[in-house]
Design a protein around this ligand. Structure first.
Ligand code: SF4
Ligand code: SF4
Length: 341
């Protein structure tokens, strides 16, 4: 009897240790910093890209209506701030986020992890993004979508809106990433408070960097139970000052990225990164909402856009400004590789 009990304890301890190790390996380590540090290291340095990640699950941050700029509402007593740890511009451990979201690290440094890239057009002349959203609702992959409602074009400011049907989504489907510039990730927090599940989002790459950090962290935010499909709109610039330091063109932490860049007019490249991304694209094709025009498209034009942005902004990061590239945690060898011809 004693031996059986002891054996059970040993097995339980093994499972506990194993899980503990698994969690450590697949979640981002928290940093002991808070809102004051976020102000000093990101907002006052001009790195902020108004993504809303800091405020999604924390009431101590907010955004100016006219400019979309983030600010600290009141100082909190937290020493390990959710705001600081959610922000994609404080530190961005790309490999750790990839391990948590995709279970693997990237091979393609510039495009990120993907399963497939296809070129599509929309059969019924509707927007490709709209049709992806329609397929996602039809399949029950999403029950709600967080989208941007543009409040101002100059400066570009959009605030999140949560819609409950493909029909309601139609009005807010972005036609450029500038229309998305604003704290959209706060919409995920709002959906959580409203007890919504299966919440999708169309967002810019930077939004999904913040959301990726939240999903990969062990803060008990409820984000993992709330978020479903993440669609990225490939982005050269969102028109904000902080865009100068952005190195993600394609939306590396999405389920599927949409890039009209590098595809013929009226068509788009879809970078399918996850099973969920594949499920929604397959459904859209099956329902004849999308038509594949190239199964193995020529990626050279898209890579031109991608590399141009990355090279320019890496140079800004490590160039003659005082901004540091530390938040990306890249090694010098990796930077050399990115910057070489
Ligand atoms: S989380 Fe986004 S909005 Fe908040 S400080 Fe960081 S970059 Fe700005
Ligand atoms: S360039 Fe696009 S993805 Fe990058 S920070 Fe600006 S809006 Fe976000």
């Amino acid at each position: 009897m004693w031996k059986i009990t002891q054996l059970l304890f040993i097995i339980a301890d093994f499972i506990h240790q194993h899980n503990k190790q698994y969690l450590c390996e697949n979640q981002i380590m928290k940093v002991e910093k808070s809102s004051q540090d976020l102000e000093g290291e990101v907002i006052y340095k001009g790195l902020c890209i108004h993504c809303g990640s800091c405020n999604a699950f924390c009431p101590h941050m907010s955004f100016a209506e006219e400019s979309g700029e983030a600010y600290v509402v009141d100082e909190c007593a937290e020493t390990v701030g959710l705001c600081y740890n959610s922000c994609p511009r404080t530190f961005l451990p790309i490999s750790e986020i990839e391990l948590a979201l995709f279970g693997q690290k990237r091979i393609d440094l510039a495009t990120g992890i993907y399963k497939d890239i296809i070129q599509v057009k929309s059969k019924n002349k509707e927007e490709i993004l709209q049709n992806l959203v329609e397929a996602a609702f039809d399949e029950g992959i999403v029950e709600h979508m967080v989208l941007g409602e543009q409040k101002s074009k100059k400066p570009p400011v959009a605030f999140p809106i949560v819609v409950d049907s493909a029909k309601d989504a139609k009005k807010y489907i972005p036609t450029s990433t500038i229309e998305n510039a604003g704290p959209l990730i706060t919409g995920i927090g709002q959906a959580y408070l409203d007890k919504k599940k299966n919440v999708g989002i169309i967002a810019n790459p930077c939004h999904l960097q913040g959301l990726g950090k939240i999903l990969a962290s062990d803060f008990n935010t409820g984000a993992n139970e709330t978020v479903s499909l993440k669609i990225a709109y490939a982005c050269s610039s969102g028109g904000m000052a902080g865009c100068r330091y952005c190195t993600d063109f394609s939306g590396e932490f999405s389920d599927v990225s949409y890039s009209p860049w590098g595809a013929p007019k009226g068509e788009a490249l879809l970078i399918i990164r996850t099973d969920l991304g594949k499920k929604v694209v397959d459904a859209a094709i099956k329902k004849k909402l999308l038509e594949v025009t190239e199964k193995e498209p020529d990626l050279s034009e898209m890579k031109k856009f991608l590399n141009k942005k990355r090279k320019k902004n890496f140079r800004t990061l490590i160039g003659d400004t005082l901004i540091s590239a530390e938040y990306l945690q890249l090694g010098l060898e990796e930077l050399r590789e990115i910057l070489k011809e």
